[in-house]
Design a protein around this ligand. Structure first.
Ligand code: NAP
Length: 534
């Protein structure tokens, strides 16, 4: 079973022990005491180990390997010796850099003398982790390092860590773990390394590291214990866990992980959903998604796809002979990838769940079915990606759509594309918006979005003479959940729908596609509102 280790930079005995106690309360399995900047008084190091609330790893990382200790190798090994031998309790592991271990025969022997191994004459409880860290990217001699660690009789655990250059590097950490020479820790650092940290458990690594809180942590990209356990379902992950995520750039603030992981938990589905940042350009999308799909035991089964990859998803699935939802093709953008059979290109599905979400949110607000939208007049402000999906959706139901946009030419092109499919779609200059007499009004621009929360796409509700109890006003903006447009529309007596409804419904459709189960909509709503502070 893969352990969860909390990494602690020790500055004083009290702080180190206090942090270890907190780690135990939070459900960690062990702690790594980084004594790089701690005193070199052996009795203090011995007390740290002896009184720790959890079994521990002791590490004294030199500056030249990303740590903070400026002492020479012999001094650092002496500190580790004190940690192992000076107290009543020994650490479970000490972590020594492969480079230190190999520096000289004397240093190697000094390390061997303090750990448990087949040729060790004294009784020792402490295992040796040999480690290598690369902060510039994947080391060219990665496998040589792994083999050197595997070949050293004193080495109980292999540890390799490097700065990921893309999401693809995570796959190699899984391959290193799978070789099973010895218990292994293989992790990627940085913004692309999170999957290696969360999925370490899926591939049977010895452990993963987490930080106590946002300010803690000993390596870039390390999640907190609470993120690992509560957000990414650490305790539920096993070899069969299906992997999903949100692909885009940026994705760090996506609400997708919070709602989908909560949903998996609620319905008892064995899945995990991760942020998957992929830089713009088709080549990046193609290479990354292809490699993730090809690794069969990763069980990568789908993704939400957002800016800038919505068109790339269509091309990717088309190139592999997969299925594309017809309306997604017409819209020219897809936001959902589903992999129905692993290792089979033809099993890919690209869909667009945005238009259906907008339709359902409005239908519920109006109390009608989709087939009752025929002839309903819908005003859409905006002509970007979301407007395209919304216009296509309403036109497909036979509604009459009027498009307003700052750049009128784009409104005109959008209207031309969807006019007659089968609803009528026309473009009207934005300056005439106050003459609008539509029953449904939809904002598909970013106007009113955080931080410009005082902005609104209409001059004022009073300037909209037709607005009243028979009007539905829907704002696709969901940060904040209640925009100025919605506040004014509500005051004018209109039925209002927040962008949160569209967001959770598009996610709910994805959830059903991936899990085969209905999404817990109320839970999704609660999680989103909590995250947005609503
Ligand atoms: P997009 O493709 O960049 O389109 C932006 C649209 O907003 C364009 O029509 C643009 O007009 C217009 N616009 C931007 N700033 C404006 C301003 N200051 N004055 C007038 N018009 C302005 O963006 P998108 O992908 O369609 O997303 C639009 C919004 O939808 C997002 O900001 C987000 O709030 C919302 N959204 C909601 C959900 C959901 O699930 N609820 C999902 C995705 C997006 P021009 O053509 O003149 O540039």
């Amino acid at each position: 079973m893969t352990s969860l280790a909390v990494a602690i930079h020790v500055r004083s005995l009290d702080q180190g022990l206090g942090d270890a106690a907190r780690a135990a309360e939070m459900g960690a399995d062990l702690v790594e005491f980084r004594i790089d900047r701690f005193t070199n008084d052996p009795s203090q190091v011995a007390l740290l180990v002896e009184r720790s609330a959890l079994p521990c790893i002791v590490t004294c990382r030199p500056v030249w390997e990303g740590g903070f200790c400026g002492r020479d190798d012999a001094d650092r090994v002496a500190a580790l010796r004190a940690a192992v031998t000076a107290g009543a309790q020994a650490p479970t592991y000490i972590d020594v850099e492969l480079a230190t271990f190999q520096r000289s025969a004397d240093l190697g022997r000094a390390v061997e003398n303090i750990v448990d191994h087949p040729a060790q004459p004294e009784a020792r409880n402490t295992g040796l982790i040999l480690s290598a860290h690369d902060f510039d990217g994947r080391p060219a001699n990665l496998m040589q390092k792994v083999e050197a660690m595997a070949a050293a009789p004193a080495c109980r655990v292999i540890k390799v860590v490097w700065q990921a250059r893309s999401l693809r590097d995570n796959l190699e950490t899984f391959e290193v773990i799978r070789q099973k020479h010895k218990p292994t820790i293989a992790l990627c650092m940085g913004q692309w390394g999170l999957p290696s940290r969360v999925l370490a458990r899926k591939f049977g690594a010895l452990l993963t590291y987490a930080a106590l809180d946002d300010d803690g942590g000993t390596a870039s990209g390390q999640p907190t214990v609470s993120e690992l356990k509560s957000l990414f379902r650490w305790d539920a992950i096993n070899a069969e866990t299906s992997v999903f995520g949100v692909i885009g750039d940026p994705v760090a603030h996506s609400l997708g992980p919070a709602i989908h992981n909560a949903g998996f938990e609620a319905v008892g589905f064995n899945g995990v959903y991760l942020p998957l940042p992929i830089p713009a350009r088709y080549e990046h999308f193609n290479a990354t998604v292809d490699s993730w799909i090809q690794m069969a035991d990763l069980h990568f089964r789908g993704a939400s796809v957002t800016i800038p990859h919505k068109q790339n998803l269509l091309r990717f699935v088309a190139d592999r002979g997969g299925q594309i939802e017809p309306l997604a093709e017409q819209i020219g953008a897809a936001n959902t990838l589903t992999v129905t059979r692993l290792g089979d290109d033809g099993s890919l599905l690209a869909g667009n769940t945005d238009y259906a979400a907008a339709l359902d949110a409005v239908c519920e607000g109006m109390g009608v079915r989709r087939d009752e939208l025929q002839g309903v007049r819908v005003a859409v402000v905006g002509a970007g990606g979301v407007a395209r999906a919304v216009v296509a959706g309403f036109a497909s139901c036979g509604a009459t759509v009027v498009v307003y946009n700052r750049t009128h030419q784009k409104a005109h092109e959008l209207a031309e594309r969807f006019n007659g499919s089968p609803g009528k779609v026309v473009a009207v200059p934005l300056g005439k918006i106050c003459d609008c007499c539509c029953q449904v009004f939809i904002n598909c621009t970013s106007i009113g979005m955080h931080p410009n929360v005082d902005a609104t796409p209409i001059p004022s509700a009073a300037a909209m003479p037709g607005w009243g109890p028979g009007t539905v006003v829907f704002d696709t903006v969901y940060t904040p959940a209640q925009t100025r447009l919605l506040r004014e529309a509500r005051a004018a007596g209109c039925v209002v729908i927040s962008g949160v409804e569209m967001f959770i419904r598009q996610a709910a459709t994805q959830f059903k596609l991936w899990t085969g189960r209905e999404a817990p909509l109320e839970l999704f709503r609660r999680v989103v509102n909590e995250k947005l502070g609503g």
